[in-house]
Design a protein around this ligand. Structure first.
Ligand code: PMM
Length: 303
């Protein structure tokens, strides 16, 4: 089981999304059947996903919350199967009790969209497990988040708020090497906020921790690609724009991307690495350094 932040020397990390929810915005209802969910995860793994991110509660704006027991009931069977097959699994939850059960079932990473704010017990669970903890920028639950999208300077504010979450995690005994940051595109953010965070991405990487980008199929892309009548492009048809943002993120120092369709994003990540290599910049300087010190050649992933 991987208990360090996964890294690979040849490209940024690609997390494949497995939402076992009836109501997620782009794939809700598709993978509530366990066999279908496992099939989809295996497909993503075979296409090169480095992590499968299993989520049991939709976080789309306005979504209803589910009880912890129901969330656990949705995610645990898939986590158990995928981890047993050797896949690296993250659990997308802000609830400590769900995270604890998911870790016991074989999850290796906690992807916490609340950055530790949603459950005061999460830091304890993560510190005890010694697992990586993705801290996403968050201001409140889905039902309230559009009203919370008010900033002075969105980039400075998100950076400062993430930095406070890092301080809280460290104070709770979580090691800095276990932390990953995420700007939380679309979470208490409108399209202009999302674009600003991408445009000034170095403000986030400047915090010195790996940064994950979750832009896949989000509504700001749907609006960008709207037809002449202003109807947003459907989620399934935002893949090319998602891959474009993967290329952009990789070229701007992201650690990884969280995506629904793996192959085009692995391809985009490899394109970025090829450009980086030609410019003398390793895809992930930390992974390259650890491969060099272990005496291994370039290429190959963490698994
Ligand atoms: N977005 C969603 C869910 N989980 N986790 C992280 N770390 N970053 C994100 O941007 C993120 C997330 C919402 O998207 P979905 O409904 O497609 O899962």
């Amino acid at each position: 089981m991987t208990f360090t932040v996964p890294r690979r020397p040849d490209r940024i990390v690609v997390m494949g999304v497995l939402n076992v929810t009836p109501d997620s915005f782009s794939d809700g209802g598709r993978y509530t059947d366990l066999d279908q969910a496992l099939r989809h995860a295996r497909e993503m793994w075979d296409e090169g996903a480095d992590v499968i991110d299993v989520g049991g509660e939709s976080t789309r704006p306005g979504a209803e919350r589910v009880e912890a027991a129901e969330e656990a009931r949705r995610v645990l069977p898939a986590i158990r199967h995928l981890a047993a097959e050797g896949q690296v699994v993250s659990v997308d939850t802000y609830r400590a009790a769900v995270a604890e059960q998911a870790l016991a079932a074989g999850a290796a990473i906690v992807n916490d969209v609340s950055g530790g704010l949603g459950d005061p017990d999460m830091a304890r669970v993560v510190a005890a497990a010694g697992c990586p903890w993705i801290l996403m920028h968050w201001r409140g639950h889905s039902k309230d988040m559009n009203a919370l999208a008010r900033y002075g300077d969105v980039v400075a504010d998100v950076r400062a708020e993430l930095s406070r979450r890092v301080d809280a995690a460290l104070a709770a005994g979580v090691s800095a090497e276990r932390l990953v940051l995420d700007p939380g595109l679309g979470f208490a953010k409108n399209a202009a906020h999302n674009w600003a965070l991408l445009a000034r991405f170095e403000a986030l990487t400047g915090l010195g921790l790996p940064v994950l980008v979750g832009a896949s199929r989000k509504s700001f892309l749907g609006r960008l690609l709207a037809g002449p009548d202003g109807t947003p492009r459907a989620p399934d048809e935002r893949e090319d724009a998602t891959a474009a943002l993967t290329l952009y993120s990789a070229l701007h120092g992201a650690w990884g991307v969280r995506v629904h369709q793996v192959r085009p994003n692995v391809d985009a990540a490899l394109v970025a690495s090829a450009i980086g290599a030609a410019a003398g910049v390793p895809a992930d300087p930390e992974a390259a350094a650890s491969v060099a010190s272990a005496g291994a050649g370039a290429g190959g992933g963490p698994r």
